[in-house]
Design a protein around this ligand. Structure first.
Ligand SMILES: Nc1ncnc2c1ncn2[C@@H]1O[C@H](COP(=O)(O)OP(=O)(O)OP(=O)(O)O)[C@@H](O)[C@H]1O
Length: 242
């Protein structure tokens, strides 16, 4: 059996001595698109911040591609192949599209940048047409694409995406997930996605973890959660695993 691409093993972490993640176990295999859901304040974004090295695990281990990365700096994790699309402040709004891509490409040398950017913009035709538009003047959906493209320019294998639907009109949410699907197929990328829009998440992921109060209380094929009352029970207090 091969190692998971990302393995979060018994992680305890938090802020200012207050534990938020109490014992988090989750893994993502190469090529999977995995969801992370749970009530507000469950600790979902904290999982991402811990994986990305903004917080250090107090206990437990995080392994990326078999290597322990619990104390690796965020910029070095980008070099190792992890891309991160935070929920907010994920673009430089006063800069144009190309400048945003350059900011995301600090691990890429100058000559490779041009080629990488051209290649990437083929995936995002709307950005391609707006290369020199200031990001703050773009639509919410276009801005979200800039944030994704900025993470992809460093050529990650794994992308942590915190709430694709945040701030987007519902009609654009499926478009963002469609784009994730295309990127996954064309680039063989692996995704871990936090999302409040649970039905859309379940329709667009292979597996899902449910986090409540800093612990994984359920996981399984996303399809399985689409019907029945299991999810409601998990949000409210139950616990299952498949
Ligand atoms: N920088 C911080 N300092 C102190 N506490 C924090 C900080 N960031 C988050 N928290 C606390 O950690 C807990 C988990 O927050 P987190 O943002 O990880 O939850 P979440 O599941 O992503 O929530 P939401 O769905 O509302 O975005 C919350 O109680 C929150 O108040």
């Amino acid at each position: 059996m091969t190692d998971p691409l990302l393995d979060v093993d018994g992680v305890v972490a938090g802020y200012n001595e207050v534990p938020v993640l109490k014992d988090v176990d989750l893994h993502v295999d190469r090529g999977e698109v995995v969801g992370l859901i749970g009530p507000n304040g469950a600790g979902k974004s904290t999982v991402f911040k811990t994986v990305m090295g903004y917080l250090s695990p107090w206990e437990g281990e995080i392994r990326y591609d078999g290597e322990r990365v619990g104390d690796v700096q965020p910029s070095d994790l980008v070099k190792l192949g992890i891309g991160y699309v935070p929920q907010t402040q994920n673009t430089f709004p006063k800069m144009d599209v190309m400048e945003n891509l350059r900011m995301g490409a600090y691990t890429v040398d100058g000559s490779a940048f041009e080629e990488r950017a051209e290649d990437l913009l083929e995936l995002f035709p709307r950005l391609d047409e707006r290369r020199h538009q200031q990001v703050r003047t773009m639509s919410g959906g276009e801005q979200k694409m800039v944030a994704v493209a900025r993470a992809l320019i460093a050529d990650p294998d794994l992308v942590l995406f915190d709430e694709p639907s945040a701030g987007l009109m519902p009609k654009y949410v499926q478009q963002v997930f469609d784009r994730i699907g295309t990127i996954r197929e064309e680039r063989n990328l692996t995704f871990l996605i936090i999302e409040q829009n649970v039905p859309v998440l379940l329709e667009n992921t292979d597996r899902t973890y449910v986090l409540r109060n800093g612990e994984v209380v359920g996981d399984g094929a996303s399809e399985r959660f689409l019907e029945g009352e299991e999810l409601g029970d998990l949000y409210l207090g139950g616990s299952t695993s498949a």
